[in-house]
Write a protein that binds this ligand. Structure first.
Ligand code: FES
Length: 371
């Protein structure tokens, strides 16, 4: 039997939206939202045409299911006005590995990250409140926006599940499956910077094992294609020293493993300027100095702290003239292709790989298969 919960009081909120129980006066807003062709296209359980009577039936079912403990449906409301802008629900299966999340956002509330916020709030609440081993989230194959929400909310892509659902004519349709486990949630909280941060370290060493902390990095700087990648062992923890950097080569990846004052980060061992190996540069606190043109990069934020001596474009495309020590003028140079190349070379931001410690080993999420 699933556990029975009460709606959280005060409601779950991140300051922008809140999740509260449905009210009778949400019916008109729900009816209006469900006229949206995209909602009707991507959510086959929604009746078409959708009437106010459908909305009232849904509200009744949503309130009743809290009493039954069979599913927990929330209205997503604007935190300032408390008005309905969407729905998000946790559907409980008899098996704790079969619980799933579903959601919709009214068309006028889209483009503000409402769905991602709602999925994050309900997911964390679900893991905290229930003994959940796996939470599923599935979408129809063409629903790219919803798949984007799943990934942004920390769910991992699993693949296409054939004939998983039925359309309105009860014909089988495929679904794209995502899931989250308690370990994924812990990784996501750490990556999002939501974990408690005692002292200077973002993640303190494990008191029992002495495992080093893993530093947080800005989630938008995650290396492309790695969110759903497997964790691969890259180094023994006993080989790592605080304040040092090393290169680890796996398949065609040259990785930088740096133990900064915030903890360990894993990124490409390539300077974001002209790809020199950062691992043979200097590490000071969280800042690495490149051995080639003296560019300095903050491994905590991925930002350039000092542009290379060559000058060039920064990550936003702004031109910076060649750097020289204060009080001296940069050397002038006649126009040439080399000069033009330096002017047009952009210093990008670093890209990161999620990392974790398991059984005395540092592992990183890499798009290669573990041996
Ligand atoms: S290659 Fe690193 S600063 Fe130029």
């Amino acid at each position: 039997m699933p556990e029975k919960l009460l709606p959280p009081n005060p409601p779950l909120s991140d300051g922008v939206i809140l999740l509260r129980p449905f009210r009778a006066d949400d019916a008109l807003d729900i009816t209006a939202a469900c006229q949206d062709p995209a909602i009707q296209r991507w959510i086959p359980v929604i009746p078409v045409p959708y009437t106010e009577a459908d909305a009232r039936r849904f509200i009744l079912m949503a309130l009743q299911s809290w009493n039954d403990g069979t599913r927990y449906e929330f209205a997503i409301a604007d935190a300032a006005s408390d008005l309905y802008i969407g729905s998000v629900g946790l559907n409980l299966g008899p098996n704790p590995r079969r619980h799933a999340i579903g959601y919709l956002v009214a068309p006028e509330a889209r483009g503000r990250g409402v769905a991602t916020r709602a999925v994050r709030l309900i997911t964390r609440w679900a893991f905290e409140s229930l003994a959940i081993e796996r939470l599923a989230l599935w979408t129809l194959p063409g629903n790219v926006a919803s798949q984007d929400v799943a990934e942004k909310a920390g769910f991992r892509y699993e693949g296409l599940v054939r004939n998983w659902e039925a359309d309105r004519d009860d014909r089988p349709i495929d679904a794209v499956m995502f899931s989250m486990t308690p370990a994924d949630l812990a990784d996501d909280l750490a990556e999002a910077g939501d974990a408690p941060a005692p002292g200077r370290l973002s993640s303190p060493p494990d008191r029992t094992t002495g495992a080093p902390p893993i530093a947080r990095f800005p989630r938008e700087l995650r290396a492309t294609g790695t969110r759903a990648a497997p964790f691969v062992e890259i180094a023994a923890v006993s080989d790592l020293e605080p304040g040092t950097m090393r290169r680890v080569t796996l398949a065609d990846f040259d990785l930088l493993v740096a133990w900064t004052e915030d903890g360990i980060v894993v990124s490409d061992d390539r300077c974001p300027h002209m790809s020199a190996p950062l691992s043979i540069g200097e590490l000071e606190g969280c800042v690495v100095a490149c051995p080639l043109h003296e560019g300095r990069f903050d491994l905590r934020s991925g930002e350039t702290v000092r542009m290379p001596t060559t000058g060039g474009l920064d990550a936003d495309g702004l031109y910076h003239s060649p750097w020289s020590p204060s009080g001296t003028l940069p050397r002038s140079e006649p126009p040439s292709k080399k000069l033009a190349a330096r002017r047009l070379t952009r210093v990008n931001r670093l890209r990161y790989y999620s990392a974790r410690i398991r059984d005395g080993h540092l592992e990183a999420q890499l798009p290669i298969l573990p041996e």
